[in-house]
Design a protein around this ligand. Sequence first.
Ligand SMILES: Cc1cc2nc3c(=O)[nH]c(=O)nc-3n(C[C@H](O)[C@H](O)[C@H](O)COP(=O)(O)OP(=O)(O)OC[C@H]3O[C@@H](n4cnc5c(N)ncnc54)[C@H](O)[C@@H]3O)c2cc1C
Length: 505
Amino acid sequence: MVQGLYDIFVIGGGINGCGIARDAAGRGYSVALAEMNDFASGTSSGSTKLIHGGLRYLEYYEFRLVREALMEREVLWAMAPHIIWPLRFVLPFQKGGIRPAWLIRLGLFIYDHLGGRKLLPATTTLDLRRDPAGKPLKPLFGKAFEYSDGWVDDARMVVLNARDAADRGARIFSRSRVVSARREADCWSIEIKEHETGAVSSVRARMLVNATGPWVDKVLSQAMGNSSVHNVRLVQGSHIVVRKKFNDSRAYFFQNPDNRIIFAIPYERDFTLIGTTDHDYTGDPRDVKITPEEVNYLCSAASEYFAEPIRNDDIVWTYSAVRPLYDDGASKAQEATRDYVLKVEGNMCEAPLLNVFGGKLTTYRRLAEHAVEKIGEKIGVRGTPWTAASHLPGGDFPPTGYAAEVRKLKERYSFLGEHHAERLIRSYGTRAHDLLGSASTSADLGRHFGHDLYECEVRWLMLQEWARTSGDVLWRRTKLGLRLSQEEAKNLEEYMAAVPAQLAG
Ligand SMILES: Cc1cc2nc3c(=O)[nH]c(=O)nc-3n(C[C@H](O)[C@H](O)[C@H](O)COP(=O)(O)OP(=O)(O)OC[C@H]3O[C@@H](n4cnc5c(N)ncnc54)[C@H](O)[C@@H]3O)c2cc1C
């Protein structure tokens, strides 16, 4: 069945695919997007979750990337203040350490002044013997620099881009794999296989965008029949989540003897997130899993700094993902460029293809703008850049307005506990009111699945955000997987499986 002709067909529902679909739909193109699994189930939910310039990339002279990323920090914060917020980082150092203090100070000076910093505070120096940030650290760290970057709920940023793209008219095929894409006269003919039913449908598009991250070469070879392609270098990165190691709201930036760095970040109120690692990966990106060597590396690197060591049995969760880095021939994984590359293929008479290589969460919006510019050159310009001054769904409140939003929600729904109201605003922003609707007691929220998860939120996620499994809800739309027992997660899975498919949106 041929379902229609779109201007643009995007393969891949990670941050880059969803960002491009949203930008293009907002400019008036007709857009379709297919994601073979759940949104953000690839690399885009396995990141360190930082909206950052990338201080360490300065060592590799990545000034273009760092500048663009620094400028994006406040643009993205204003665009989605519910899921993005500022975070201060404490960078302890000691005499005779890996990098001299003057070099770090110079790096941070450049970081503060390269561009875009209006609301975020500048770098300061800390005396760790007096500042509370020194409390959990070994006493040999007397001084530290404190600088600004940002935090993001990565998986929610992806799904909110998909939601907004759909609200602007894009057709979204979730859990639908592109099995083939062939040029046919002056357009693409694309076959999509729906995961649950196995049904295959066809659509046509004037331009194809391959935004499949770590799968980009696989799609080129398997779905498009290109032989011997090699554009991306797959680099595994893993994180561990341990029970809360410190009370401070600031994160730590630790330098390791191997020249790498790791972060220790306050996470989901009761936990600490530690990561990441960097090593080449050759398997299927879907199977990536933390190795015992990575666990040891992260525990021992963090234990060099924390007075109380991090042990294996502190770990409550781990996750891993694969960076789809553009292969620039760097010898070490940690040195491969983090910048993105957009390549358009197709001669004058052929339907064009845009391949997306590399990229960061932080620069996704700019990547999408550049991608849509290239699309315009090929199939005709529509609209103008618009996303810099836009809001993601629920993000229509001032960047510093989070506490006021929590207050407003609590005023209207006085039965909500403080932490529940905070979580709802952090996840849904102003749309938390739509989610709760006319509820006036907790009983109105429907079945209780554990912690503060109720039926009305699960239904919202199925209806508005394409959630189909308990994993979608517990690990990507929320992080309540850290709170629910196995029994509770199983009950949720059974409940969701019994909800009619049409509710899935
Ligand atoms: C360990 C780690 C830490 C990171 N930390 C940060 C950070 O702190 N800040 C930052 O800015 N960036 C960070 N990044 C980088 C960032 O996460 C990635 O650049 C970004 O998520 C890549 O997104 P993507 O859309 O290209 O790929 P993905 O998120 O992998 O999306 C590609 C999608 O394509 C789908 N797909 C594949 N084949 C098909 C097909 N045939 N049909 C349909 N769909 C298909 C996949 O299922 C997948 O969902 C980190 C990355 C890693 C690995």
